[in-house]
Design a protein around this ligand. Structure first.
Ligand code: ADP
Ligand code: MG
Length: 503
């Protein structure tokens, strides 16, 4: 007897110009189960589940819902057949109320007028079923991301969805919101809804799922029963190699004779008395707790915030960048923590992003040298292996890891001497992390200097040549490689600073 599958994807292939996003991927969702779908950034998870809703039309392959075959899915067909998807970027209308959003595109009508009361009552019913407290009349713009997501889930419930697909639902949520979301997911499971849960956070997958499907580089790898799977095994399946080594080896490249950056008693942006040097070929780790003043320090060096006193020297010459623009021209680059907001222009092409800091240099009389522009982009695309069909692709269509690479390519093109990374691997999965670490190694091997802010202890210790710890906007310690130790760093990070000692 064949098993009871509510949703089946068979031999799905999706080609984009220049990229095969999916090759022969299969997925089977059993009735009533939670299937975890995992894979690295760019593996094809989102593309695969978009095939279920008709948001993406597969190049070939079949989709079956309750055994019924569809060779072409449309959003309407998907909804009619009980499939609901909560996308990574959910598309709600901020100016409308919770209830209006739930009935977006399919309002309840009384005659020819829209029956607001009925919609509000229905919304209230769905919220109650999920035990979430939202006023149906509240405008979505006044609700937190967690509640906005709940509205999307409630919409699926109201439509009696049999299958709920959630694409990285925990990514935009706070810890508390994640717990509430889990509670709702559990509740839906009890109601018999079948769920596909996408995440790159393995602990969530272990907690929620019955089975786990792994895909890698657009290909199906395997499906495991959750209690039988181990973290190591899953990571190996996701990245396709042994992960005994979290940090790529780096031959020592620190050149003590060449100081790239020096701070002498720098105060500004709330930070006090910062004094240290970074050498060519060195990764200086900046440790400390949130609020210790690490990002603030980076902003001063990068010219984003003014310095009150002290001196900053780049290659032995005092500099006073008044803006990031000036800092970039001087050879300083920064990869900010919040890439989406500050790092790359998502709506423009890879080519434009990479050339952004150097358009002045590659233009004559305001005319851009198109050959150089293209050459530059192709060069860095190859050098740092940005996975994309063409350099004309918009950055927003790339995975997080690849977006990070584009930003890096931009700074490499600008020939930066000092590169500041603020939490370089936050929100990036294991395999992509390794790639970023390799890039950092390449940068220092070329004689550049790196300042790396990191809250991940392992990363700080694994990647730094030297570590400086901040607490309460001051330096509380400096550790050489043989002194690296998590406890020591934590103690320094929570130190109450004695004014006399540091000044
Ligand atoms: N609209 C698109 N045009 C071109 N390539 C795309 C598009 N959407 C996704 N891709 C490519 O398909 C691959 C899979 O992407 P995606 O499904 O978003 O991965 P995941 O969700 O696993 O991170 C990536 O290489 C990505 O760049
Ligand atoms: Mg995705």
């Amino acid at each position: 007897m064949s098993e009871d599958f509510v949703l089946e994807l068979e031999h799905i292939r999706k080609e984009y110009p220049g990229v095969v996003a999916l090759k022969d991927v299969t997925l089977q969702l059993r009735r009533g189960e939670i299937l975890g779908l995992i894979g690295e950034n760019g593996a094809g998870k989102s593309t695969l589940i978009k095939c279920c809703s008709g948001a993406v039309i597969p190049t070939s392959g079949k989709i079956k819902i309750n055994g019924k075959e569809f060779d072409r899915m449309t959003p309407q067909l998907a909804a009619e057949n009980g499939i609901a998807i909560i996308y990574q970027e959910f598309n709600n209308v901020k100016e409308l109320s919770a209830a209006e959003n739930m009935f977006l595109g399919r309002p309840i009508r009384k005659g020819i007028t829209i029956d607001r009361k009925a919609m509000e009552a229905e919304a209230a019913k769905a919220f109650e079923q999920l035990r979430i407290k939202i006023n149906p009349r509240e405008l979505v713009k006044n609700l937190s991301v967690g509640y906005q997501q709940m509205i999307e889930i409630a919409k699926a419930v109201q439509q009696n969805a049999q299958v709920l697909i959630m694409d990285e639902p925990s990514a935009p949520l706070t810890n508390n919101e994640v717990e509430s979301m889990f509670a709702v997911v559990e509740l839906l499971r009890k109601k018999g809804v079948s769920i596909i849960y996408i995440s790159h956070r393995l602990e969530e997958i272990f907690r929620l799922s019955d089975r786990i499907e792994v895909i890698r580089d657009g290909e199906y790898v395997d499906t495991l029963i959750t209690p039988e799977a181990t973290v190591d095994q899953l990571i190996r399946m996701m990245v396709g190699r042994e992960m005994t080594q979290k940090f790529p080896p780096r031959p020592c490249c620190v050149d003590e004779s060449k100081v790239v950056l020096e701070l002498r008693d720098v105060c500004g942006n709330g930070d006090k008395n910062m004094s240290f040097k970074i050498h060519a070929g060195e990764v200086l780790g900046l440790g400390g707790l949130v609020g210790a003043g690490r990002t603030e320090l980076a902003q001063v060096i990068f010219g984003a915030k003014p310095k009150d006193s002290g001196q900053i020297l780049l290659n032995g010459k005092e500099i006073n960048p008044k803006s990031p623009r000036e800092a970039i021209d001087l050879g300083i680059a920064m990869l900010p923590e919040d890439r989406k907001r500050h790092g790359a222009l998502l709506g423009v092409s890879i080519k434009n992003n990479i050339n952004m800091p150097i358009y002045k240099r590659i233009s004559k009389a305001s005319v851009i040298d198109l050959g150089t522009e293209k050459g530059n982009a192709e060069k860095f695309r190859k050098e740092i292996q940005i996975k994309c069909p063409t350099i004309n692709q918009q950055v927003k269509n790339l995975s997080g890891g690849n977006q990070q690479k584009v930003i890096l390519g931009k700074w490499l093109a600008a020939d930066s001497q000092l590169i500041i990374f603020d939490e370089p691997t936050r929100g990036i999965d294991v395999g992509a992390k390794y790639e970023i670490y390799k890039l950092i190694n390449d940068l220092v091997a070329q004689g550049r200097a790196v300042l790396m802010i990191s809250s991940e202890m392992e990363e700080l210790i694994g990647m730094s040549d030297r570590i400086i710890v901040l607490a309460e906007r001051q330096m509380t310690g400096e550790l050489q490689k043989d002194q690296f130790d998590a406890d020591t760093i934590m103690t320094l990070a929570s130190a109450i600073v004695d004014q006399k000692e540091v000044s």
